[in-house]
Design a binder for this molecule. Structure first.
Ligand SMILES: Nc1ncnc2c1ncn2[C@@H]1O[C@H](COP(=O)(O)OP(=O)(O)OP(=O)(O)O)[C@@H](O)[C@H]1O
Ligand SMILES: [Mg+2]
Length: 208
Protein backbone atom coordinates (compact mmCIF):
# COMPACT_ATOMS: atom_id res chain seq x y z
CA UNK A 1 0.00 0.00 0.00
CA UNK A 2 2.79 2.41 0.90
CA UNK A 3 4.13 3.07 -2.64
CA UNK A 4 0.62 3.83 -3.88
CA UNK A 5 0.11 6.41 -1.12
CA UNK A 6 3.45 8.01 -1.92
CA UNK A 7 2.76 8.28 -5.61
CA UNK A 8 -0.64 9.80 -4.86
CA UNK A 9 1.07 12.47 -2.72
CA UNK A 10 3.59 13.10 -5.52
CA UNK A 11 0.77 13.51 -8.00
CA UNK A 12 -0.84 16.11 -5.74
CA UNK A 13 2.45 18.04 -5.61
CA UNK A 14 2.77 17.82 -9.42
CA UNK A 15 -0.78 19.13 -9.79
CA UNK A 16 0.00 22.04 -7.49
CA UNK A 17 3.20 22.83 -9.38
CA UNK A 18 1.13 22.99 -12.57
CA UNK A 19 -1.26 25.41 -10.90
CA UNK A 20 1.72 27.58 -9.92
CA UNK A 21 2.84 27.51 -13.54
CA UNK A 22 -0.55 28.65 -14.78
CA UNK A 23 -0.25 31.62 -12.38
CA UNK A 24 2.94 32.52 -14.25
CA UNK A 25 5.43 31.03 -11.77
CA UNK A 26 7.48 28.18 -13.12
CA UNK A 27 8.53 26.11 -10.14
CA UNK A 28 11.34 24.38 -12.00
CA UNK A 29 13.10 27.40 -13.42
CA UNK A 30 11.86 30.20 -11.20
CA UNK A 31 14.28 33.11 -10.95
CA UNK A 32 12.70 33.89 -7.61
CA UNK A 33 14.97 31.71 -5.50
CA UNK A 34 16.87 32.35 -2.27
CA UNK A 35 20.19 32.18 -4.08
CA UNK A 36 19.08 34.80 -6.63
CA UNK A 37 18.02 37.15 -3.87
CA UNK A 38 20.75 39.70 -3.59
CA UNK A 39 21.59 41.30 -0.26
CA UNK A 40 21.97 44.89 -1.41
CA UNK A 41 20.91 46.91 1.63
CA UNK A 42 19.91 46.48 5.27
CA UNK A 43 16.28 45.66 4.61
CA UNK A 44 17.05 43.00 1.99
CA UNK A 45 19.52 41.42 4.41
CA UNK A 46 16.93 41.28 7.19
CA UNK A 47 14.16 40.01 4.87
CA UNK A 48 16.34 37.21 3.52
CA UNK A 49 17.51 36.23 7.00
CA UNK A 50 13.94 35.97 8.32
CA UNK A 51 12.76 34.01 5.25
CA UNK A 52 15.58 31.48 5.58
CA UNK A 53 15.06 31.19 9.35
CA UNK A 54 11.37 30.48 8.72
CA UNK A 55 12.26 27.81 6.17
CA UNK A 56 14.72 26.17 8.56
CA UNK A 57 12.28 26.30 11.49
CA UNK A 58 9.23 25.24 9.49
CA UNK A 59 9.22 21.58 10.40
CA UNK A 60 9.21 22.37 14.11
CA UNK A 61 6.74 25.24 14.12
CA UNK A 62 4.21 24.27 11.48
CA UNK A 63 1.53 23.25 13.98
CA UNK A 64 2.16 26.07 16.44
CA UNK A 65 0.11 29.22 17.00
CA UNK A 66 3.00 31.22 15.49
CA UNK A 67 3.67 29.28 12.31
CA UNK A 68 3.43 31.86 9.53
CA UNK A 69 5.38 34.66 7.87
CA UNK A 70 4.45 38.16 6.73
CA UNK A 71 6.36 40.28 4.21
CA UNK A 72 4.90 43.77 4.21
CA UNK A 73 5.68 47.32 3.19
CA UNK A 74 7.63 48.93 0.35
CA UNK A 75 6.69 48.14 -3.24
CA UNK A 76 9.39 46.37 -5.28
CA UNK A 77 11.37 45.29 -2.24
CA UNK A 78 11.33 41.55 -2.96
CA UNK A 79 8.31 40.49 -0.91
CA UNK A 80 6.90 38.31 -3.66
CA UNK A 81 10.36 37.04 -4.58
CA UNK A 82 11.01 35.71 -1.08
CA UNK A 83 7.45 34.37 -0.65
CA UNK A 84 7.75 32.42 -3.90
CA UNK A 85 11.25 31.16 -3.00
CA UNK A 86 9.85 29.87 0.30
CA UNK A 87 6.83 28.30 -1.37
CA UNK A 88 8.89 26.46 -3.98
CA UNK A 89 11.35 25.17 -1.38
CA UNK A 90 8.47 23.84 0.70
CA UNK A 91 6.83 22.28 -2.38
CA UNK A 92 10.11 20.51 -3.03
CA UNK A 93 9.80 19.06 0.47
CA UNK A 94 6.41 17.66 -0.58
CA UNK A 95 4.48 20.21 1.44
CA UNK A 96 1.32 21.24 -0.37
CA UNK A 97 1.67 24.97 -0.87
CA UNK A 98 -1.11 26.72 -2.76
CA UNK A 99 -0.26 29.97 -4.52
CA UNK A 100 -3.06 32.55 -4.30
CA UNK A 101 -2.72 35.72 -6.28
CA UNK A 102 -5.08 37.76 -4.07
CA UNK A 103 -6.62 39.96 -6.73
CA UNK A 104 -7.06 37.30 -9.39
CA UNK A 105 -8.54 34.79 -7.00
CA UNK A 106 -10.94 37.22 -5.33
CA UNK A 107 -12.15 38.44 -8.72
CA UNK A 108 -12.78 34.86 -9.77
CA UNK A 109 -14.55 33.94 -6.54
CA UNK A 110 -16.81 37.00 -6.67
CA UNK A 111 -17.69 36.34 -10.31
CA UNK A 112 -18.94 32.89 -9.32
CA UNK A 113 -20.43 33.79 -5.96
CA UNK A 114 -23.94 32.56 -6.80
CA UNK A 115 -22.70 29.04 -7.53
CA UNK A 116 -22.75 27.55 -4.01
CA UNK A 117 -20.95 24.38 -4.97
CA UNK A 118 -18.13 26.25 -6.71
CA UNK A 119 -17.87 28.72 -3.83
CA UNK A 120 -17.54 26.01 -1.19
CA UNK A 121 -15.02 24.10 -3.27
CA UNK A 122 -12.75 27.03 -4.01
CA UNK A 123 -12.88 28.47 -0.49
CA UNK A 124 -12.08 25.10 1.00
CA UNK A 125 -9.05 24.74 -1.26
CA UNK A 126 -7.57 27.92 0.25
CA UNK A 127 -8.75 27.04 3.75
CA UNK A 128 -7.32 23.54 3.97
CA UNK A 129 -4.05 23.34 2.01
CA UNK A 130 -0.86 22.66 3.99
CA UNK A 131 0.47 26.18 3.40
CA UNK A 132 -1.30 29.10 1.70
CA UNK A 133 0.78 31.76 -0.04
CA UNK A 134 -1.31 34.93 -0.39
CA UNK A 135 0.42 37.28 -2.78
CA UNK A 136 -0.42 41.00 -2.66
CA UNK A 137 -3.11 40.80 0.03
CA UNK A 138 -5.69 43.62 -0.20
CA UNK A 139 -4.29 44.94 -3.48
CA UNK A 140 -6.83 47.24 -5.16
CA UNK A 141 -10.18 48.45 -3.84
CA UNK A 142 -11.32 46.40 -0.87
CA UNK A 143 -15.04 46.07 -0.18
CA UNK A 144 -17.14 44.19 2.33
CA UNK A 145 -17.35 41.02 0.33
CA UNK A 146 -13.53 40.89 -0.07
CA UNK A 147 -13.26 41.19 3.71
CA UNK A 148 -15.86 38.45 4.26
CA UNK A 149 -14.13 36.03 1.88
CA UNK A 150 -10.71 36.67 3.40
CA UNK A 151 -12.10 36.29 6.90
CA UNK A 152 -13.53 32.87 6.02
CA UNK A 153 -10.13 31.75 4.73
CA UNK A 154 -7.91 33.31 7.38
CA UNK A 155 -10.12 32.38 10.31
CA UNK A 156 -10.28 28.74 9.25
CA UNK A 157 -6.51 28.60 8.97
CA UNK A 158 -6.10 30.42 12.27
CA UNK A 159 -8.41 28.01 14.10
CA UNK A 160 -6.71 24.97 12.60
CA UNK A 161 -3.12 26.20 13.00
CA UNK A 162 -2.47 26.09 9.26
CA UNK A 163 0.43 28.30 8.10
CA UNK A 164 0.25 31.24 5.70
CA UNK A 165 2.92 33.10 3.79
CA UNK A 166 1.70 36.62 3.07
CA UNK A 167 3.02 39.41 0.90
CA UNK A 168 1.33 42.80 1.04
CA UNK A 169 2.25 46.42 0.60
CA UNK A 170 0.26 47.27 3.73
CA UNK A 171 1.91 47.52 7.13
CA UNK A 172 0.57 45.65 10.15
CA UNK A 173 -1.20 48.83 11.36
CA UNK A 174 -2.88 49.25 8.00
CA UNK A 175 -3.94 45.58 7.96
CA UNK A 176 -5.56 46.12 11.36
CA UNK A 177 -7.30 49.21 10.03
CA UNK A 178 -8.76 47.28 7.03
CA UNK A 179 -10.25 44.72 9.37
CA UNK A 180 -9.15 44.11 12.92
CA UNK A 181 -10.45 40.54 12.90
CA UNK A 182 -8.33 39.55 9.91
CA UNK A 183 -5.36 41.78 10.75
CA UNK A 184 -4.99 40.62 14.33
CA UNK A 185 -5.26 36.95 13.39
CA UNK A 186 -2.58 37.43 10.74
CA UNK A 187 -0.40 39.29 13.21
CA UNK A 188 -0.71 36.58 15.83
CA UNK A 189 0.11 33.83 13.34
CA UNK A 190 3.06 35.72 11.87
CA UNK A 191 4.46 37.55 14.84
CA UNK A 192 7.68 35.52 15.08
CA UNK A 193 8.43 36.19 11.41
CA UNK A 194 7.32 39.70 10.46
CA UNK A 195 9.33 41.44 7.77
CA UNK A 196 8.12 45.04 7.61
CA UNK A 197 10.06 46.89 4.92
CA UNK A 198 10.17 50.63 5.43
CA UNK A 199 8.28 52.56 2.76
CA UNK A 200 11.08 54.37 0.99
CA UNK A 201 12.14 54.25 -2.64
CA UNK A 202 15.60 53.41 -1.32
CA UNK A 203 14.20 49.93 -0.68
CA UNK A 204 12.75 49.44 -4.16
CA UNK A 205 14.96 46.95 -6.00
CA UNK A 206 13.37 47.99 -9.29
CA UNK A 207 14.75 51.54 -8.77
CA UNK A 208 18.16 50.63 -7.37
N1 LIG B 1 17.15 41.54 -3.29
C1 LIG B 1 16.82 41.17 -4.52
N2 LIG B 1 17.66 40.42 -5.29
C2 LIG B 1 17.33 40.05 -6.53
N3 LIG B 1 16.16 40.38 -7.14
C3 LIG B 1 15.28 41.12 -6.44
C4 LIG B 1 15.55 41.54 -5.11
N4 LIG B 1 14.49 42.26 -4.66
C5 LIG B 1 13.61 42.26 -5.67
N5 LIG B 1 14.07 41.60 -6.74
C6 LIG B 1 13.42 41.43 -8.04
O1 LIG B 1 12.78 42.68 -8.30
C7 LIG B 1 11.47 42.49 -8.81
C8 LIG B 1 10.45 43.05 -7.82
O2 LIG B 1 10.43 42.26 -6.64
P1 LIG B 1 9.10 41.69 -6.02
O3 LIG B 1 8.08 41.50 -7.08
O4 LIG B 1 9.43 40.53 -5.19
O5 LIG B 1 8.69 42.93 -5.10
P2 LIG B 1 7.43 43.15 -4.19
O6 LIG B 1 7.94 43.68 -2.90
O7 LIG B 1 6.59 41.93 -4.17
O8 LIG B 1 6.69 44.33 -4.98
P3 LIG B 1 5.12 44.68 -5.13
O9 LIG B 1 4.71 45.36 -3.85
O10 LIG B 1 5.09 45.60 -6.31
O11 LIG B 1 4.38 43.41 -5.36
C9 LIG B 1 11.33 40.99 -9.02
O12 LIG B 1 11.72 40.69 -10.35
C10 LIG B 1 12.34 40.38 -8.03
O13 LIG B 1 12.81 39.13 -8.47
MG1 LIG C 1 4.70 41.49 -4.92
Amino acid sequence: MQPLAVSCECRKIEKLKNEWKSSGINTEMSTQTFSNFEVWNESSEFAKEVAIAFYNDFKNIRNNRQNSILFCGQVGSGKTHLSVALGINLLDKKIKVVYMSYRDVLTKIKRNMLDDEYYTKIISKYQTCDVLLIDDLFKGKVNESDINIMFEIINYRYLNHLPVIISTEFTVDRLLYFDEGIGSRIYEMCKDYVVEIEKSQENNYRLR
